[in-house]
Design a protein around this ligand. Structure first.
Ligand SMILES: [Zn+2]
Length: 473
């Protein structure tokens, strides 16, 4: 088996990676805070994590991925308060929308999606453990805080300059900057609006609710054990969220919380402000309304390494639409019986083997998806040339098909699996009938205009003696 390497934020180095038990990667991924639909930047992170789990599977490991749904925190309570709702009423529809977006983007389901509100007893037990070990205390405001001065390695992940730590100063909000590295809240004493929103529970320290950082530590350790193989998230979670997760977990158990930490870079949408097509799109729903396929979005995201910033632009999305169209055409060609000819040469099979070898080597080297894509397109070019020149027999074409399937098991960028919706089907059928009538009346200008109309909505038509077929690209 080839080496498998990942960039570990903890050490700032690319290192060999393998699961501790040799078979199953236990992986925790910080999920969405479900107060409004996740934006495209969140989904870039979830696509990076999808790339991770599929690459780990390609390498031959089992994956046990947990992604939490933060369904109680400062932002959700604020939203519930504004809308006069309970937190459950706010989070329910957002969770449903998250899964719809996830499925649209072909992001494989994690093994578990725990909701924070289902793990309150585990969170209370973790706080108690920290108090018993003398690293947490209840302050005069009724909330329980983690004493960062009692945990000497605090700041290791984010390279915080610990001389800056303000001993004894406290921060109650979940989000704060490095300049405000202070004792952070584990358990927050309930306020009137927490009670009103159904966001308060009994605890040994009175009515209250968990802090955001505590939620992840408690769920991760309950579902995956006290030491994880891998913990992922976006770069903005390094501080304070992941720093605080490490502090809480390791101070309680005395063990390493996660061997490896991987962080995905941002998707920048500011650069897209001037773009006509995607200028105002900030959600997956918006991309769907622009009729941008999930294959094109995945290609767009994977065409830049996960640790590099990515700019959303019309041009890049258009290039990805073209790229996945080529992949789709190639898949169609390999799937068609008419591709098979006698007298195929070993060239096609050889190109297939090279493609798999190069794509795997790239993916196993810190998830280098752009290089895997380059290997795939080199393969498509070589295979098409060989099929044009000498054709391919059944075994060579099957080898090529298997290579495409193997690479696509990670990238999942062959277009066209989305079924067109009923409205579109009815519209296309009506337009095709009008075009047929125009052609029969020898009114070719009208027929061409209708074809252009169809192309404008991504529908490509093909005429043959058997009639007209169409597909959405
Ligand atoms: Zn988290």
């Amino acid at each position: 088996m080839p080496d498998f390497r990942l960039y570990n934020t903890l050490t700032r180095h690319i290192e060999p990676f393998a699961p501790a038990d040799g078979t199953t990667v236990r992986m925790y991924t910080c999920g969405p805070t479900v107060y409004n639909p996740a934006h495209l930047g969140n989904f870039r992170t979830f696509l990076f994590e999808d790339l991770m789990r599929r690459t780990l599977a390609l390498r031959g490991w089992r994956v046990h991925q947990v992604m939490n749904l933060t369904d109680v925190d400062d932002k959700i309570i604020k939203r519930a308060h504004e809308q006069g709702k309970s937190i459950v009423e706010v989070t329910g529809p957002v969770i449903a929308a998250f899964h719809a977006d996830r499925v649209f983007l072909r992001i494989q389901a994690a093994e578990a999606y725990p909701r924070a509100t289902d793990f309150i007893p585990q969170m209370i037990a973790l706080v108690q453990r920290l108090i018993d070990r003398g690293v947490a205390y209840q302050a005069e405001d009724g909330s329980v805080y983690f004493a960062i001065s009692k945990f000497p390695s605090y700041g290791r992940l984010s390279r915080l300059d610990t001389r800056e730590i303000k001993s004894g100063a406290r921060v109650i909000q979940d989000d704060y900057s490095k300049e405000n590295a202070q004792d952070f809240a584990l358990w927050k004493a309930a306020k009137q609006e927490d009670e009103a929103a159904g966001a308060a529970w009994d605890s040994p320290w009175g009515r209250g609710r968990p802090g955001w950082h505590l939620e992840c530590s408690a769920m991760a350790m309950d579902l995956l054990g006290e030491t994880l193989d891998l913990h992922c998230g976006a770069v903005d979670l390094i501080f304070p969220h992941h720093e605080d997760e490490i502090a809480q977990s390791e101070a309680a158990t005395g063990k390493t919380f996660s061997h490896v930490w991987c962080h995905g870079a941002f998707l920048l949408t500011e650069g897209a402000k001037m773009a006509k097509r995607v200028g105002n799109v900030s959600t997956v729903q918006g991309l769907r309304e622009e009729r941008i396929s999930s294959a094109a979005i995945r290609h767009f995201v994977f065409n830049t390494h996960y640790r590099k910033e990515l700019n959303l632009s019309d041009e890049a999305l258009e290039a990805s639409r073209q790229a996945v169209r080529r992949i789709g055409d190639f898949a169609d060609r390999l799937g068609s019986e008419t591709t098979l000819t006698l007298g195929g040469t070993p060239e096609l099979a050889r190109a297939a083997d090279v493609a798999v070898e190069l794509a795997e080597a790239a993916l196993f080297d810190d998830l280098n998806a752009p290089e895997a894509l380059a290997a795939l397109f080199d393969f498509i070019r070589a295979a098409n040339a060989e099929l044009d020149r000498r054709g391919g027999d059944r075994s060579a074409v099957e080898r090529a098909r298997a290579a495409l399937t193997r690479i696509d098991s990670v990238l999942d960028i062959v277009p066209g699996r989305e079924a067109p919706d009923d409205g579109l089907v009815a519209w296309v059928e009506e337009r095709l009938a009008a075009r047929k009538a125009a052609r029969q009346a020898r009114n070719f200008a009208d027929a061409d205009r209708i074809r252009a109309e169809l192309v404008g909505r991504g529908v490509v038509i093909e005429d043959s003696s058997a009639g007209t077929t169409w597909k959405v690209v």
